[in-house]
Design a binder for this molecule. Structure first.
Ligand SMILES: [Zn+2]
Length: 400
């Protein structure tokens, strides 16, 4: 994820530098045309725009409308350009360029976010045994998540427009103030270029980082929300020196999935938030049966700890007995998510993976004999602390 983000930021950095150079050339042209000795007189700028310059400006607005017809309403009306003076012409140029940049950023960001959302949804789908390419980029779930207005009722494109608006006004006022003070071309353009690039970068990096936190959480959550085995989640703060007090206080708290709200009880809580969540697996009502025939079934599948401590216990029951037991215990038992048995149900000859804890960290996997890379059927116990260990069907460790 971080690698994808930095590749995206690098593309945007080059784009901002190129655009900054364009604005610079435009201001330079004004100085060359209307200035003397590298200084431009303010009252010179208040005289009417030359016909050539009017034409240029009209061509630029036309080019913008052609490229982005959906944003046509944003540009100043074509007619009013005839009444502009040189200074307003320059201000309009700045505004036009910022609009063009906003439109470009939105389309770039939309492509990037769509890829990210599909990736995050597939991460969750993989954990549930659906494989890592279950959702495509035009899946309804992905489209639902990308462009959600989760922040102050605004989606990311509105936030990009807001950022561009603010930068337009700031650049325009820097320019006008510099000209009023009679500053040299070098001085004005230095200041504008610096702000142009640094603010653009800061804005897009914050926006993309925070939106990606939203996508990572919401795309994955959509997958869990569609599975009735999950009703709640636990807020997980990154808990390092940079974690803010708001996120730290939410860390470990449980919330209903249906009541999640970014900024309130679901990440992101704030710009640059890096928090995430753990889904809580909800055991079905079948658990608790421990006597009679059912009790026998229940006892066939031991706990993670028992198998981890005494792997030979694995040999005492068949894969089928374990499977029935775990289903009866109400644990999450899923088909394999990878390999040639990907998504093949146990009943149809596939393997299975059972998760022992609510946050799905501890698991026992069963792989059938067919198409095994480990010399026949095997079990795999895995957990963050225990690591990953394989055993044959009798519970003997398999040397890797
Ligand atoms: Zn946070």
């Amino acid at each position: 994820m971080a690698r994808d983000e930095s590749a995206f930021f690098e593309i945007m950095r080059q784009y901002y530098n190129a655009e900054a150079a364009k604005l610079d050339a435009e201001i330079a042209a004004y100085y060359a045309k209307y200035g003397a000795g590298n200084v431009l007189e303010y009252r010179q700028l208040l005289t009417t725009l030359s016909d050539d310059d009017k034409l240029l400006l009209i061509q630029r607005t036309d080019a913008f409308v052609q490229k982005y017809p959906e944003y046509a309403h944003l540009i100043p009306t074509r007619e009013s350009i005839y009444r502009l003076n040189r200074l307003e012409g320059l201000r309009t140029s700045i505004a036009l360029q910022q609009m063009q940049m906003g439109a470009d950023e939105i389309s770039q960001a939309n492509d990037f976010f769509t890829r990210m959302a599909a990736m995050h949804a597939n991460g969750a789908a993989d954990l549930l045994g659906f494989g890592d390419s279950f959702y495509t980029m035009d899946d309804a779930l992905v489209r639902l998540v990308v462009g959600q207005a989760w922040c102050d009722g605004k989606d990311f494109s509105q936030r990009i427009w807001d950022n561009r608006d603010a930068l337009t006004r700031s650049l325009q006022s820097d320019l006008v103030n510099g000209l009023i003070r009679g500053e040299s071309y070098q001085r004005i353009t230095n200041q504008i270029q610096k702000k142009f690039v640094s603010v653009s970068r800061r804005n897009i990096e914050r926006l993309v980082f925070t939106e990606d936190t939203f996508l990572a959480n919401e795309a994955a959550m959509q997958v869990y929300a569609n599975d009735s085995s999950f009703m709640e989640y636990i807020f997980v703060a990154t808990n390092d020196s940079r974690t803010c007090s708001v996120c730290a206080s939410l860390d470990g708290q449980r919330f209903n999935i249906s009541e999640r709200m970014p900024g309130v009880n679901f990440p992101p809580m704030h710009p640059w938030c890096r928090c995430f969540f753990d889904p809580v697996y909800h055991r079905s009502s079948a658990s608790g049966l421990t006597s009679g025939v059912q009790g026998g079934i229940i006892k066939a599948g031991k706990s993670f700890e028992e198998y981890a401590e005494t792997p030979s216990l694995l040999g005492e029951t068949t894969p089928k007995e374990k499977y029935d037991s775990y289903v009866a215990q109400g644990l999450a038992v899923k088909p394999l998510g990878r390999g040639s048995f990907k998504n093949v149900p146990f009943e149809s000859g596939g393997g299975y993976r059972v998760y022992f804890d609510e946050s799905m960290q501890k698991s026992l996997m069963y792989h059938p004999e067919k198409r095994s890379h480990h010399d026949g059927a095997y079990y795999k116990l895995s957990d963050g602390k225990y690591g990953v260990k394989r055993f044959d069907i009798d519970g003997n460790p398999i040397e890797e």
